[in-house]
Design a binder for this molecule. Structure first.
Ligand code: SAM
Length: 173
């Protein structure tokens, strides 16, 4: 059976919200398996354009073979800069399906899931230097606490850290 990379969420609602103009220029900021991009392409005319961004190199294999489509291997934080390079200054719609893809969770080696015995990696962009294991093993307790509380919304992060990590580096993750 073919492994599904990712199933797009809210397909009808997201296309309704984009209200695609056949000749418009669109951005899929989180291309992933290309599910949403394919839906956008179905509604684009011959002069329409779609740019698909993803910082995960694995997603590049899903690039759509269509002259109206451009895949961009990188973080969507550089969206404006990249579009400028393509002489695009305004777009008609941007879709961002934020979070991880099913592929990232299902691949043991990506280290996102605790369903598998694998190294804690969690890098969306595999070219980034810092893995989750490196962060947990080398950051000081107060930096970890701040991270869990601000980005992980862990209430009581002080107790969490002192229970699980102590304050010394190399906590053995
Ligand atoms: C939930 S999946 C999107 C799935 C996609 N809509 C589909 O139909 O297959 C999110 C994707 O966004 C990518 N991603 C997350 N943050 C990103 C960022 N800042 N820049 C570029 N890609 C990002 C992830 O690597 C992942 O592939």
């Amino acid at each position: 059976m073919e492994k599904i990379y990712h199933r797009p969420v809210l397909p009808i609602e997201s296309m309704d919200a984009l209200n695609i103009q056949p000749d418009g220029i669109y951005v899929d900021a989180t291309f992933g398996g290309g599910g949403h991009s394919k839906l956008i392409m179905e509604q684009l005319g011959t002069n329409g354009k779609l740019f698909g961004f993803d910082q995960d190199q694995d997603a590049m294999a899903n690039a759509l073979q269509d002259s109206r489509f451009t895949i961009v291997p990188g973080n969507f934080r550089y969206l404006r800069r990249f579009l400028k390079m393509h002489a695009v200054r305004t777009v008609d719609g941007i879709l961002a399906d934020l979070g991880v893809s099913s592929h990232q969770l299902d691949e043991a080696t990506r280290g996102f899931s605790y369903r598998f015995e694998a190294k804690l990696d969690m890098r969306m962009n595999q070219e980034e230097a810092k893995t989750a294991a490196l962060v947990l093993n080398t950051y000081e307790a107060d930096a970890l606490q701040k991270m869990f509380s601000e980005y992980g919304e862990v209430r009581n992060s002080e107790n969490f850290i002192s229970k699980h990590c102590g304050s010394t580096p190399d906590k053995g993750f």
